[in-house]
Write a protein that binds this ligand. Sequence first.
Ligand SMILES: Cc1cc2nc3c(=O)[nH]c(=O)nc-3n(C[C@H](O)[C@H](O)[C@H](O)COP(=O)(O)O)c2cc1C
Length: 329
Amino acid sequence: MQVMLAPMEGVVDHTMRELLTSLGGIDRCVTEFVRVTERLLPPRVFQRLCPELAHGGTTLSGVPVYIQLLGGQPVVLADNAARAAELGAAGIDLNFGCPAKTVNRSDGGSIILREPQRVHAIAAAVRAAVPAHIPVTVKTRLGYEDESLFLDIVRGIHAAGVNELTVHARTKRHGYRPPAYWEEIARAREAVPLNIIANGEIWSPADALRCRELSGCQDLMLGRGALCRPDLPRLIAAATTGQARDSLRWPEVIPLVQQFLELNRAHYDARHAPNPVKQWLAYLRAYFPEAALLFERVKRMRDPEQLALELRSMAAQRRQDEVRIPATA
Ligand SMILES: Cc1cc2nc3c(=O)[nH]c(=O)nc-3n(C[C@H](O)[C@H](O)[C@H](O)COP(=O)(O)O)c2cc1C
């Protein structure tokens, strides 16, 4: 059983990958997508989205990071995949799931699912261009308008010789609206002997167990759930082996938020460091009510030092509360 951290453009960058993989339970990450249109991109594009290339293509915790490419043209995608592999990518992932209008207009993402033959041609060209020891994986939805081409898409991907397939169990038309149709993934598993990773709407260990049951998949990919509950990957890993594990409590999450701010101050222009922190709090508040209060307090803050002070005072306050009210009370 493996748990993957989903690619999320503008949210799961290398600082978030570093933080979340340090908590354990994540077996693989995928970068935000590199958009490929008509040319071979310079190395700096790959290095910017995947700074992990500088240390063997893994996060500091040793979790491999695959580079995701998005585009519609087999030859240029293959050239860029070969370049990413040369630069040290642990694997290459192809995005056929993105529903964004701007992306689909420029011939990339889920729009290609209307042409299973093209999905096959891209996957086959990329697989052929990347050395055999480097995995090539694909991430797809169930289809564009509906699921009618799903099995054609899956068969084409399998015939291309790729190593694994992740299925976000919704069509492009479904967008991100619940539910995810995990049972549809079971059809793909029956159609091809390819390892399939199930994705979509996994918010708790109970969801993970149910998704595995309905899809028949061993392996799962988590996106928003892992941002709302940073320990969800390790809780799921424990639940699938029948172990009990305590969930993180808010006082244990505050230091992670502080660490995330520091990572952003260190890796980017420090003036912009509050933005990703606020964005993460907006996810955390779905699970931790205290994150909602904190978000309200800091949402207009622009100075990283002021935000750091606010986080420090909240951490100190929580420590005092812990002394007054023992956790067992
Ligand atoms: C803000 C955001 C950005 C995303 N960016 C990407 C991306 O760059 N590549 C990709 O394949 N999927 C992307 N996705 C889709 C996720 O990887 C995932 O398939 C989807 O969120 C469903 O999983 P979840 O319910 O666990 O979040 C994105 C989703 C969101 C919400």
